[in-house]
Design a protein around this ligand. Structure first.
Ligand SMILES: [Zn+2]
Ligand SMILES: [Zn+2]
Ligand SMILES: [Zn+2]
Length: 266
């Protein structure tokens, strides 16, 4: 089984947005507070001996809010990091993984496609081309290029090519679960990779269409084509209030929220 924790369900600005007085940004409902998008996948329910030195806690993206998310959800291990793409909201918490390096006394393997690896090296040149004086220390990372499905902690990780506007990005499938953040088009070949997915987290920015993100209607249609039993929307903007939006969605489809935990058989 895997346990998926939604660390952040918000769009790049977060909700509330700085300086916004709209009803959702001013909402007292904690479900309307959304940090930047990320999930944690924990592999659970297998004999401890199978885990000697093995991967059991996989972070997807290192959001701007990583430190706050790790504290809020008591995240104590990160054995591997998967990157969907390198937009700022998905990577700018990378420096915070130093604490996991310290606690685990090891480097953390990071997996991304070739373009994303190049961007990470440029965006974080202080990590990958370090200066002489290290100050508070640097994240200890090992970069691996994703070139197809691979195995971590005994589970298969299937990269799912998606389009985020013109930008090719990755979703990830693990067993009957898939995480498809930041996309507005799923190629036919990727629908084939998603056959049999029962629990889905998918981008749905707002009701109106957008050039790089699915709208609620588009995400609902994509989820129906995939045939998931349970669908949760993420990367949610301040256009969508939690309670009101959920009341309008079809059965089996709802908004994710920060701190949502899903248990999925593998
Ligand atoms: Zn994003
Ligand atoms: Zn607002
Ligand atoms: Zn993005």
């Amino acid at each position: 089984m895997i346990r998926v924790t939604v660390l952040g369900s918000g769009t790049s600005h977060g909700v509330p947005a700085i300086g916004c007085d709209c009803d959702v940004c001013r909402s007292p409902d904690p479900l309307d507070k959304r940090t930047r998008p990320s999930i944690l996948i924990e592999i659970v329910g297998q004999p401890a001996s199978a885990f000697a030195g093995a991967v059991r806690s996989i972070l997807v993206d290192t959001s701007t809010d990583l430190r706050a998310q790790a504290l809020a959800n008591d995240v104590r291990r990160v054995d591997a990091i998967l990157f969907t793409h390198t937009h700022a909201d998905h990577v700018f918490g990378l420096d915070d993984v130093r604490r996991f390096n310290q606690m685990q006394r090891s480097a953390i393997p990071c997996f991304a496609d070739a373009d994303a690896l190049g961007s990470l090296r440029r965006m974080f040149s202080y990590i990958f081309e370090p200066p002489k004086q290290l100050g508070g220390g640097l994240p200890q990372l090992l970069l691996f290029r994703i070139a197809g499905a691979f195995t971590l902690g005994g589970v298969e990780i299937v990269p799912v090519p998606l389009f985020h506007g013109m930008l090719p990005v990755l979703g990830f499938r693990v067993g009957s679960f898939a995480y498809l953040t930041d996309c507005n088009r799923i190629p036919d070949e990727s629908f084939a990779l998603l056959a049999g997915v029962r629990t889905l987290i998918i981008d749905a920015l707002r009701q109106r269409s957008h050039s790089t993100h699915f709208s609620v209607g588009e995400a609902t249609a994509a989820a129906a084509r995939i045939g998931a039993e349970r669908t949760f929307f993420t990367h949610i903007s301040h256009d969508l209030g939690h309670v009101a939006t959920n009341a309008s969605l079809p059965a089996g489809v709802e908004l994710a929220y920060d701190g949502l935990v899903l248990e999925v058989p593998t």
